[in-house]
Design a protein around this ligand. Structure first.
Ligand code: GLU
Length: 284
């Protein structure tokens, strides 16, 4: 019966720059996995970062992926059009007493961490030190009501207790225990945007019925967070495959700074789609 259900993978870029070879690898990886599992490949535009995302990059992403030979069903889901949906899921966590408003600036957080050298660290460096977690809730509520800018954070220790022990399956790495304590009190809604990467990606993967989430291994730690959120929000658990990151001949990851290795620049320089697919690790 399970095998009868539709299966989906997805490629979910942020339109904050042109796609480069690393993105091509990720997109082709997701498309190949869709084929392998007899499912469909989805494109999703993750454009919640209003300051960095631009419509022209959105158009360029579609052009580049089509040129590479990829196809996907329309309409393509754009996260910026779903903010009220994410808000509903945020409310579930707020109503469960699992969140708190955070008024800290980046500077406040850095200062607090500098003062507490033994502050817990996660894979991306020091974790949020929990400054606003211990604020008097009445005072915090008044500050919110007075319109003070704030993010909303997940109280991870409480969330982890409520979720109980969790695991996830990475098709290459096997069954992995979830370690919420390595994630800290992550942001669910930012000061400038009423959601965050973690919240919107978890909601969308579930509502789009993504059964196999593929992404770079640099985001392996995010999967621990997403499993906690799925459990608290009653969303299904997909399978995962975190792929290795494509690197240049010096072992450096491709990044936005590598202007010559954007798909647009390679196309401009006369490369054919098959050449670029091969450069991205997918020879015919
Ligand atoms: N929008 C994310 C990125 O561009 C995708 C993350 C994911 O695949 O979960 O890095």
């Amino acid at each position: 019966m399970q095998d009868m259900l539709p299966k989906f993978t997805r490629f979910a870029p942020s339109p904050s720059g042109l796609l480069h070879l690393g993105h091509a690898h990720s997109a082709l990886f997701a498309a190949r996995e869709a084929e392998r599992i007899g499912g469909a490949f989805l494109l999703r535009i993750e454009d919640i970062d209003v300051g960095r995302c631009r419509p022209e990059f959105d158009a360029a992403i579609r052009e580049d992926l089509s040129w590479l030979g990829l196809t996907w069903p329309e309409p393509v889901l754009r996260q910026s059009e779903r903010l009220s949906l994410y808000d509903k899921f945020l409310h579930v966590l707020e109503d469960g007493g699992l969140t708190y408003p955070c008024f800290c600036t980046r500077k406040d957080i850095q200062a607090e961490i500098a003062d507490a050298p033994r502050a817990p660290h996660g894979p991306d460096g020091p974790l949020y030190p929990g400054t606003c977690r211990v604020l008097d809730p009445i005072k915090a509520r008044d500050r919110v009501a007075a319109g003070e800018a704030h993010a909303v954070r997940l109280n991870m220790a409480k969330a982890a207790r409520m979720a109980g022990p969790l695991t996830f399956t990475d098709l290459d790495r096997g069954r992995i225990d979830v370690h919420p304590e390595t994630c800290g009190d992550i942001v669910l809604a930012r000061k400038d945007v009423p959601t965050s990467y973690h919240l919107s990606v978890t909601v969308d993967d579930a509502l789009q019925h993504v059964t196999l989430v593929t992404r770079g291994e640099d985001l392996l730690h995010a999967t621990h967070i997403h499993r906690v959120l799925q459990t608290l929000l009653g969303l299904p658990e997909p399978e995962y495959r975190h792929h290795g990151l494509l690197t240049d001949k010096n072992g450096r990851r491709y990044a936005k700074r590598d202007k010559a290795l954007t798909l647009a620049a390679l196309r401009e320089a006369g490369k054919e789609p098959a050449d670029v697919r091969a450069m991205a690790g997918f020879p015919e």
